[in-house]
Ligand binder design. Structure first.
Ligand code: ADP
Ligand code: AMP
Length: 244
């Protein structure tokens, strides 16, 4: 609140009160470092904003960050684009670099939600090394367990608001006005890789490269398994129970 150059009197009192109440609530919350793992369409992006608000964390979704880099045609985006379009993973070094930088941001002071990272055991090991340097560790890994057969309908019906990462679904979570984001009124888009065809290779990558990450954290005793096929509110209840 209060960007440089904005006079305090120009900020509506109601906004100031909301921000003060948020800070008060956040000051009593314990720090949390969380990982959300699950196949594409399992509901990680849907649950993240709820967890973020409840525990005052930052939400770091490597897929969203990479898509922003592709759209802005940055060197990172140019390197990542081809693998993303094919539904393959981008190189470990690229994503480890963006996470290393992102977790140091002030918005991650009370901890973070990593959504879509780590996706390989090498990424998990590098993350552990990064956290060790800060004297920190992962508190909980939420495993969005779900059968592959449910995911095609979720993925092909998904619409997203690119700048916030908010996701909607034509059948399961329709926006108030068709094609528009509920908060900003801006247009929603469908992701280029949200097709039945590309989903097949994304699921292949998940089973081959990411499932071992689940075992990696199970051995460390920090894994909580969710029933991600349930309706969104029931999944939220399971998430909050796992984090209580
Ligand atoms: P992920 O981030 O894991 O790829 P999303 O949260 O974007 O998945 O969810 C994929 C799609 O499924 C979205 O369109 C979302 O609205 C919808 N969705 C998310 N959770 C559920 C659920 N529990 N039941 C039905 N549809 C869901
Ligand atoms: P997502 O938005 O999580 O579905 O990710 C979209 C795409 O971005 C994936 O299919 C990968 O190509 C790439 N990606 C996102 N996160 C990672 C990661 N941690 N490691 C490698 N590639 C990633």
């Amino acid at each position: 609140m209060g960007s440089p150059g904005v006079a305090l009197g120009d900020i509506p009192s109601v906004d100031m009160m909301t921000e003060l109440l948020r800070r008060l609530k956040c000051s009593s919350k314990p720090d949390k470092r969380l990982i959300l793992v699950g196949p594409p369409g399992s509901g990680k992006g849907t649950q993240s904003p709820i967890i973020k608000d409840e525990f005052c964390l930052c939400h770091l979704a490597t897929g969203d960050m990479l898509r922003a880099a592709v759209a802005a045609k940055t060197p990172l985006g140019i390197k990542a684009k081809e693998a993303m379009n094919k539904g393959e993973l981008v190189s470990d070094d690229l994503v480890v670099g963006i996470i290393d930088e992102a977790i140091k941001k002030p918005s991650c002071q009370k901890g973070f939600i990593l959504d879509g990272f780590p996706r390989t055991v090498v990424q998990a090991q590098k993350l552990d090394e990064m956290l060790e340097k800060q004297g920190a560790k992962i508190d909980k890994v939420l495993d969005f367990a779900i059968d592959d057969s449910i995911l095609e309908e979720r993925i092909t019906g998904r619409w997203i608001h690119p700048s916030s990462g908010r996701s909607y679904h034509t059948k399961f979570a329709p926006p108030k006005v068709t094609g528009l984001d509920d908060v900003t009124g801006e247009p929603l888009i469908q992701r280029k890789d949200d097709t039945a065809e590309v989903l097949k290779s994304r699921l292949g990558a998940f089973h081959r490269q990411t499932e071992p990450v689940i075992n990696y954290y199970a051995k460390k005793g920090v894994l909580a398994q969710l029933h991600a096929e349930k309706p969104p509110k029931e999944v939220t209840a399971e998430v909050l129970k796992a984090l209580s």
